[in-house]
Design a protein around this ligand. Sequence first.
Ligand code: GMT
Length: 376
Amino acid sequence: MKLKIGITCYPSVGGSGVVATELGKLLAEKGHEIHFISSSMPFRLNKVYPNIYFHEVEVNQYSVFKYPPYDLALSTKIAEVAKREKLDIIHAHYAIPHAVCAYLAKQMVGEQLKIVTTLHGTDITVLGYDSSLKDLIKFGIEKSDAVTAVSKALVEQTYDLVRPNKQIETVYNFIDERVYKKQDASHLKKEYGIAPHEKVVIHVSNFRQVKRVQDVVKSFHLIQEKVPAKLLLVGDGPEMSVICQLVTKLGLKEKVLFLGKQENIEELYSISDLKLLLSEKESFGLVLLEAMACGVPCIGTNIGGIPEVIEDGETGFICELGDIESIAQRAVHLLTSQQSYQTMVSKALAAVNERFHSTTIVNEYEQLYYRIMESS
Ligand code: GMT
């Protein structure tokens, strides 16, 4: 049976928007009809799919409102699209506002509209601490017909922090293997002025405080003392100026390349030898999977879902938060031992294919949809 699925997400650059968009694309390729409902076109939706539709949520600014009522506009839009297109399911990415808006829409449309909510992290690990929002998050979760989280760690954290009376299943993130694979991008290395013998360390994030980019720079400082290397910092965000200052202070200006926000990151991974993700909060770390799929081993912190993505000593390394010495030590070991490096690359590639393959994950979501449709 082909389904009509509405997907609501934050469309901007960020893991949850990427996963929601990729899921929609792959479901559409399986013949389902997909309706994205969000404030702007999901950024990875870059070609025409005849069975993918985009419904823009427009928020009018009336002077009676102190704040633009985005949540209400979204709820109305979901209800309007669900009614007109006879949607079977709304897949909400994030408990608030999306699951709550979906529930409000359901009240307007009728019980036949099913809600699947996927928790991505920030809604729980940041907002779950906010007592003014906790009850609403719990409500959004409990009113969903099915709830998933992107790692086992996030499932546990949700029960600890929000205590919902609801089963939450783990469905891991995935990547489009057709995009994330090693390519010949050697010209880039030259164009960036990176010598052939220099190793390339990469970090990709939105430079929020939780990403601890300063730990990446400090680790790199130790790494480049032992191995000739350059650091690619990809992305932009609130911590950028602090990081620039640190790079200057440590005398690393010639060795750190600030690349800003980039698309086609697979090309940058293709010239990289090692990725660092040293966050203090990370429900999954989609960027790890993207790097591993391009044959780049990763070092991550022992935080949230990261140890579920990187198998310590096998597909990469897990280090304690802020333990710069041991992060650098592991990195130097990896970058200087050809044989163990190649073994790790092979294992990382195998893990992406075996545990996180898009076919497996998209099937898991599809089965979940059929299950809740049958239970009505
Ligand atoms: O990491 C961010 O700041 C962005 C955030 C988002 O909402 O896109 O990412 C979250 O969802 C991703 C997709 O499931 C996960 O890979 C990230 O680990 C998660 N971020 C955090 O938990 C901090």
